[in-house]
Write a protein that binds this ligand. Structure first.
Ligand code: GDP
Ligand code: MG
Length: 670
């Protein structure tokens, strides 16, 4: 079967194209580093498979996600490379193209974003460029699908006589060419592609070096590299070998573009620059971001999310519950079954499902941040702050994604090159308040802080970020020092997100929440309901003689200093480790209050506003949920750090909730 690999610089539209050309859907975002793993899909015409790879500027890997592409090229043998190039950034993009041509497999160039190029006043003579490079070039707009059919056709038949398909190898000058030939000779017959391997070796590509060591004496390799570098240095003003290769390529690219691209002058200040002057301003940047977040929560709570959620609640606990009731009576269901379904499942799962509108609202806004281009800007604005506490500006991207769900947030930390900074980011991302916690806040702010819901919730998000920054400062001082790192984040142009891709990515994020309600929370609710239904006395015991009470009572005294020393809160905290939404389910079951209004009424008897705030802060900070712990383990590959992430969170949550509650009491709150 045909296997086509999508390669290109970050943010050039590879994933958009992947979605157009295959029957699958992957995640698209307007910032570098969205795709961190290779993704495989079946081509629309069913004649092969397409592999989406992380974006790279060069084949020498810097960060873990960049290594994915080089390893793919080393280990697998794609039949064709589909090189996606941003037409508005040709000079930079083509460096990778040259390296791909050297790989020796057929290359088809997808000239993407021609709409953007046109707006910038670039005129590209596609025919001429194709002749010069010697490969087929197809102009496309991956976002709308323009040109995609023709691209697929060409990819099926790249060596068709209608296209130029035999690029000449580039001449790197006598010194290097002699060295390449010498290295090629040393390689066994079956090791391919020789010229590409040799060039990558001279560029300092570590995975390639490791591979060559299997065939050639490492000592000889080392000496040969130094010798070649010496020669280049002597002949070219002390230029380093990788720089020399890069400059040679730059010269070729210049020659290609000189005749094929014409630029009409457009010197006015763009809208993009005007927006950046505000959102990236030294003083305004952070306040603008906070205002944006405040607006987000206003939308989520006051304006759209909560009214919808109330509607859902009245539907669930009105017509739906009533008809279930009638149905169960008709079926002559036993009292046990009836209670399990109505109190356990409708109470537990329904209690969480009513927050679907708030959570989708939040995901919609996160998708907007990602796709508009604001994401990379916030990362840049935050870089100074993050650098001060020992993190990289890029850490902000995992953190924002963590606002949706900590699991993909932690995975996004793969784009951070420095191992120490990456570890720190992984450890601290769980402190970002995810949407699961939002369901707990929704319940509590709706009960205790009706008039300023958005502000109270914003304060919890800020609390999570501030604690993360403080801990980063402390941790980075205690972890052993490594070399300094640089912050390079690609600044994508602003784009008005398309409704189609926004709704798609909101759904992709939100469906996890719905699925979780159907599986985890469903199972959890049944178990919790059973624990509440049974006790040492047998079945159908009063709630405060149940096993749930027994379990909750164990930790209740420990929590008493924080203001929530009742067994109900204790039981909710323990079950919340499964998934934080389960806290809400548990409360719904314990207080036997399926409707949101009923539940709100019940918790006012057990919490004061101050205790409620302390409880929310504790929920925010204490242990990452089960799925998050799993992904921490996977990403750090270390049991030690996984335990650490749970342990420090418990301690910090305890201290902060203590300070909030005791401090609040001293200040006269109650
Ligand atoms: P990748 O990082 O290479 O996988 O790129 P993505 O597919 O994630 O796309 C990056 C951004 O560019 C997204 O915001 C896309 O909507 C946008 N985009 C992709 N193709 C085009 C195009 O042809 N024209 C325009 N204007 N935007 C595009
Ligand atoms: Mg991608």
């Amino acid at each position: 079967m045909l296997s086509i690999a999508l390669t290109g610089n970050p943010n050039t539209g590879k994933t958009s194209l992947f979605n157009m050309l295959t029957d699958s859907y992957e995640y698209v975002g307007n910032w570098a580093g969205v795709t961190i793993e290779k993704k495989v899909g079946v081509l629309n015409n069913k004649q092969g498979q397409l592999v989406d790879l992380p974006g790279i500027y060069s084949l020498s890997p810097l960060s873990r996600d960049e290594g994915v592409t080089t390893l793919y090229l080393l280990e697998e043998s794609p039949s064709l490379l589909l090189n996606v190039v941003d037409a508005s950034q040709l000079t930079r993009n083509l460096h990778l193209t040259v390296q791909l041509l050297e790989y020796g497999k057929p290359v088809v160039l997808a000239l993407n974003m021609i709409d953007v190029a046109k707006n910038r006043g670039l005129e590209i003579d596609v025919e001429l460029l194709a002749q010069k490079i010697g490969i087929p070039i197809i102009p496309v707009i991956a976002r709308s699908g323009y040109g995609c059919d023709k691209l697929l056709q060409t990819a099926m038949n790249p060596l068709d006589s209608a296209h130029p398909s035999h690029p000449e190898p580039f001449d790197y000058g006598t010194i290097l060419e002699t060295a390449i030939a010498k290295l090629e000779e040393r390689l066994p017959e079956n090791v391919e592609p020789k010229r590409w391997l040799a060039l990558q070796f001279f560029e300092g590509n570590i995975p390639v070096l490791q591979m060559l060591r299997q065939y050639i004496d490492p000592v000889w390799l080392q000496a040969f590299y130094s010798e070649t570098e010496e020669r280049i240095r002597a002949a070219f003003d002390g230029k380093k070998l990788p720089d020399f290769i890069r400059d040679q390529r730059a010269a070729i690219i210049d020659e290609w573009l000189q005749s094929a691209v014409r630029e009409s002058k457009t010197a006015q200040i763009t809208l993009s620059e005007r927006i950046d002057a505000v959102v990236m301003n030294k003083y305004l940047g952070i306040p603008v971001f906070l205002a944006f977040m405040y607006f987000t929560f206003k939308l989520t709570f006051d304006w759209i999310g909560t009214p919808l959620s109330d509607l859902l609640d009245s539907l669930l606990n009105g017509p739906i519950r009533d008809s279930l009731n009638i149905l169960l009576d008709k079926a002559d269901a036993a009292a046990f079954i009836k209670a399990l379904i109505l109190d356990g499942i409708v109470g537990g799962v329904g209690g969480v499902l009513v927050f679907v509108p708030q959570i989708f609202m939040l995901f919609l806004i996160i998708s907007f941040i990602e796709d508009s281009g604001y994401m990379a800007r916030i990362a840049t604005v935050m870089d100074k702050l993050l650098e001060g506490v020992g993190l990289n500006g890029k850490a902000f991207i995992p953190m924002i994604i963590g606002f949706g769900c900590n699991v993909p947030g932690i995975m996004a930390a793969r784009t951070i090159e420095q191992p120490k900074e990456r570890l720190l980011t992984i450890l601290l991302t769980p402190l970002m308040s995810c949407s699961a916690r939002l369901s707990v806040y929704s319940l509590f702010v709706g009960t205790f802080f009706k008039s300023n819901q958005a502000l109270i919730v914003l304060s919890l998000y800020v609390l999570g970020v501030v604690v993360a920054l403080l801990l980063a400062f402390i941790f980075s001082r205690t972890l052993e020092k490594e070399e300094e790192s640089m912050f390079i984040v690609e600044m994508p142009p602003y784009r008005i997100p398309q409704w189609r891709s926004l709704s798609r990515s909101t759904w992709e994020k939100g469906k996890g929440f719905v699925r979780k309600a159907g599986t985890f929370i469903f199972g959890g609710s049944v178990v919790i309901w059973l624990l509440g239904y049974t006790g040492f006395q047998g079945w159908d015991v009063p709630m405060n003689e149940s096993f749930l009470q027994t379990i909750g009572s164990i930790i209740a005294p420990i929590m008493a200093p924080l203001g929530f020393g009742n067994w109900q809160a204790g039981a909710a905290l323990i079950t919340g480790f499964l998934a934080k939404e389960v806290v809400v389910s548990t409360m719904g079951i314990i207080y036997a209050a399926p409707t949101q209004a009923g539940l709100e009424g019940a918790i006012t008897h057990f919490f004061t506003p101050l205790q409620a705030y302390s409880f929310m802060a504790f929920i925010l900070l204490y242990v990452p949920c089960l799925a998050t712990v799993g992904v921490i383990r996977k990403e750090t590959k270390s049991a030690k750090w996984t335990w650490f992430s749970v342990g420090y969170a418990l301690i910090v949550a305890y201290i902060i909730a203590f300070i909030i509650y005791r401090g609040g009491l001293l200040l006269g709150f109650h």
